[in-house]
Write a protein that binds this ligand. Structure first.
Ligand SMILES: Nc1ncnc2c1ncn2[C@@H]1O[C@H](COP(=O)(O)OP(=O)(O)OP(=O)(O)O)[C@@H](O)[C@H]1O
Length: 739
């Protein structure tokens, strides 16, 4: 609903008067805000969300302040409407500016992540309600008496709600309205909300947990300076219980809290845990929620009524009224990096948002990112360890299965020691998890006769065979085609063979070896939506499944009490893909997944199939020697001039015209002229040379950590020729993905 004046309190008393010019940030890739005129009768403040004409469209924009630009009055357009929504507060506007500057994105594209779209600004339609208004009716029936009996003077009821309450039909209510006893009114229905109660059901903490809570709450800086704590606790140490206490503290201070999670799959379980601890559901924010919930949470946080939000990285842009605490759970996860539209890392940006909001940040992980570890070591973050599992449970005992010595039988993927271990676990009535980070049945399909390999037509990538759906899928662009009967190259039938395993193939082997076991495949593309996934995860937790075959979807965050064996089918998948973070990712993923074993009363084991049992990363993992891993990795990065000791900025030129893309990339290189401290590497064909039908060339800028590198990229790209046609230049500061 649009109104000419917002009904909300404002954080800036300075209204812009009619006839004055204001700067409005609009959702378009423009480097600056545009100027519009405030109309008669409009009350506009800094942060007002407005509708303004842009070309022929009316777009949603945000008032950033008075305009300093000289604009020819004849070209000046008026603000069309003021949206009935709380204005965007100054700290959030400052955050948007900062993110735009840091990521080299247009401010409007960042602001768009705050205001999102029109639908978010709508209010639910008003509803008709009734309340007592006059004397009881002359004709009083038992049904009418019941209605009057249940009503409290002054209270407002929806018709159907009141009918239910009194156990009568709505016709009885209509009769009372007609008689003048009740009157109809229109109300804006507010979602019923129970506030989380910090003292609802606190846990008894272990000594280690209590110390960590004390440090988090009481030992932070007292001068209001930025407080970032790295809560590093081994898997199953109870990090969640610890940061819940920090949330309780924030709630007692009357402020709001945000918990960011890397995966939607983790939200359902955490929502339930939160409700048990605080007696109320938090707000939920991710791509799987309904538009109605989205509207209610957005408005609820802006008005300070929703106190806690659990969400995906986009929740970082919610317009909190008074944000006191941000928790980044599994802070090391690559999923915090967004790579579309605006490339940003939600973990890093959360720290910036916290600075503007004067909020605390807790980064939680069993396997922190190398960056956060180094920041903690340098004293920029407080380092709070939780070295033991809750309930004195041991960490799982880990060992490697050397595939060179005990390989699987031909055409199978599970080596004899792993098969034996699964059998023993089944016999004990316990659960096993077989982990392989590959969706589908086989990563490649080829023709035995002519050697043809199935590739995506839009990307330089193999098509992954999926048996459940009988399709070949591209995991990069989403292209799907039916599994052919014959080879398109040589026409031979019965000659197409799968090559390599995905989780579906492992599940097939499991079904052959253990036909009586209850087996479940869990991977993101098998999901029948978040509801089905939640039910499946609950079934695993309840012990209704014997063997889970899963991708990274099940690797982290979950609590499966009956799970005592984790088998890693192929630990070598993650190493050496030209990605500077390959070792780190592998270490993290394998620690997380093996950390699912033995979390309740029975001890767990992890068996890791590999061709490289002596790899230093695996050695550190097997010994639970986290310290050794970080020391090795830090040293390797320092030596090789890799982040976080340098800053990388990736510049990707893409388009449908391969020659044009190459020429433009070469042009960029030719005009770069970087200062001595900065190198421009490339251009080279990106590892994914074609993606969604666009050819890609990659330049990599390597420079110092400060702002210098971004400043160089900004001025460099500003000097470049305009990209023509459908050519696009994407800039990614601190890239996570090197494809
Ligand atoms: N103080 C406590 N009282 C009761 N139960 C606890 C306590 N601390 C932890 N637990 C239980 O121990 C298990 C592990 O805790 P939690 O999930 O918080 O660990 P975590 O450190 O987040 O693990 P991971 O990093 O492996 O996901 C959970 O079932 C949790 O309920």
């Amino acid at each position: 609903m649009l109104a000419s004046s917002p009904s909300h309190s404002i954080d800036s008393p300075l209204a812009h008067t009619a006839g004055s010019n204001v700067a409005v940030v609009v959702p378009a890739p423009m480097p600056t805000a545009l100027t519009y005129r405030v109309g008669e009768g409009q009350t506009i403040v800094d942060g007002s969300i407005v509708k303004v004409p842009l070309g022929r469209r009316l777009v949603l924009g945000t008032v950033w302040g008075a305009s300093q630009d000289e604009v020819n009055p004849s070209r000046l357009k008026p603000i069309e409407q003021i949206v009935d929504a709380p204005p965007i507060r100054a700290p959030l506007r400052a955050f948007v500016d900062w993110v735009a500057d840091w990521t080299l994105a247009a401010p409007g594209m960042v602001a768009r992540m705050v205001t999102r779209g029109d639908d978010l600004m709508q209010r639910d339609p008003p509803v008709t309600a009734v309340r007592k208004a006059g004397a009881p009716p002359e004709r009083i029936t038992p049904a009418r008496a019941r209605v009057l009996d249940v009503m409290v003077d002054g209270d407002v009821y929806t018709k159907s709600g009141l009918a239910d309450l009194a156990g009568v039909s709505t016709a009885v209510i209509d009769g009372l309205v007609k008689a003048g006893t009740l009157e109809k009114i229109t109300i804006q229905r507010e979602p019923g909300r129970i506030e989380p109660d910090p003292d609802f059901d606190p846990r008894t903490l272990t000594e280690g947990q209590a110390d960590a809570v004390h440090e988090l709450i009481a030992e932070g800086p007292k001068d209001g300076s930025l407080d970032v704590a790295l809560l590093e606790g081994v898997t199953g140490s109870g990090k969640t219980e610890v940061y819940f206490e920090a949330i309780a503290n924030t709630l007692r201070e009357g402020r709001q809290a945000l918990i960011l999670l890397p995966e939607i799959a983790l939200t359902a379980a955490l929502l339930d845990r939160f409700a048990e601890r605080f007696g109320a559901m938090p707000g939920e924010w991710h791509s799987g929620i309904t538009p109605k919930t989205r509207r209610q949470v957005w408005r609820g946080v802006a008005e300070g009524k929703v106190k806690v939000v659990i969400g995906a990285r986009s929740a970082l842009y919610l317009p909190f009224e008074d944000l006191g605490l941000i928790i980044i759970d599994e802070e090391h996860e690559a999923a915090y990096k967004q790579e579309e539209w605006v490339s940003y890392n939600a973990r890093d940006m959360a720290i910036v948002r916290a600075r503007f909001e004067k909020a605390q940040v807790i980064l939680a992980s069993a396997t922190p990112s190398v960056e956060s570890r180094i920041n903690a070591k340098a004293g920029r973050y407080r380092h709070i360890p939780l070295p033991a599992r809750y309930g004195a449970r041991p960490l799982p005992s880990l060992s490697a299965i050397d595939l060179r010595r005990t390989p699987p039988e031909r055409g199978t993927w599970l080596a004899p020691p792993l098969v034996e271990a699964v059998r023993d676990t089944l016999e004990r009535g316990e659960q096993s998890l077989l982990f392989l980070n590959r969706r589908g049945y086989a990563p490649l399909t080829l023709c035995r006769t002519c050697g043809h390999r199935f590739e995506c037509v839009m990307c330089s990538a193999w098509l992954v065979q999926h048996r459940f759906t009988q399709t070949l899928n591209c995991h990069h662009c989403g292209h799907i085609e039916p599994m052919p009967k014959a080879c398109p190259e040589c026409g031979n039938t019965d000659s197409l063979v799968p090559s390599g395993p995905g989780v579906e193939r492992i599940a097939e082997e499991v079904a052959t070896r253990f036909p009586d076991a209850r087996t479940l495949v869990l991977s993101s593309d098998m999901m029948g939506g978040p509801k089905r996934l939640k039910a499946e995860l609950e079934a695993v937790a309840a012990g209704e499944v014997d063997i889970v075959v899963g991708t990274q979807l099940v690797a982290k965050g979950h609590n499966f009490p009956g799970l005592t064996l984790v088998g890693v089918v192929d630990a070598d998948v993650g190493f050496g893909q030209g990605d500077p973070r390959a070792s780190e990712r592998t270490f993290q993923l394998l620690t997380q997944v093996t950390g699912r074993a033995g979390r309740a009363d029975k001890p767990g084991i992890g068996l890791i199939q590999t061709h490289m049992p002596d790899h230093p990363v695996l050695q550190a993992l097997l010994a639970h020697d986290t310290e050794r891993f970080y020391t090795l990795e830090e040293e390797a990065r320092r030596r090789a001039y890799l982040p976080p000791f340098v800053r990388f900025v990736a510049v990707i030129v893409s388009g449908t015209d391969v020659a044009g893309v190459k020429a433009h990339a070469n042009h960029l290189k030719a005009i770069a002229r970087p200062p001595e401290t900065i190198d421009v590497l490339g251009p080279v064909e990106a590892p994914l040379a074609m993606l969604r039908g666009r050819h890609r060339q990659r330049l990599l800028v390597r420079g110092p950590r400060g702002r210098e590198t971004q400043s160089f990229v900004k001025s460099w790209l500003a000097r470049a020729d305009k990209a023509r046609g459908d050519m696009r230049i994407d800039v990614d500061v601190d890239p996570q993905s090197f494809v």
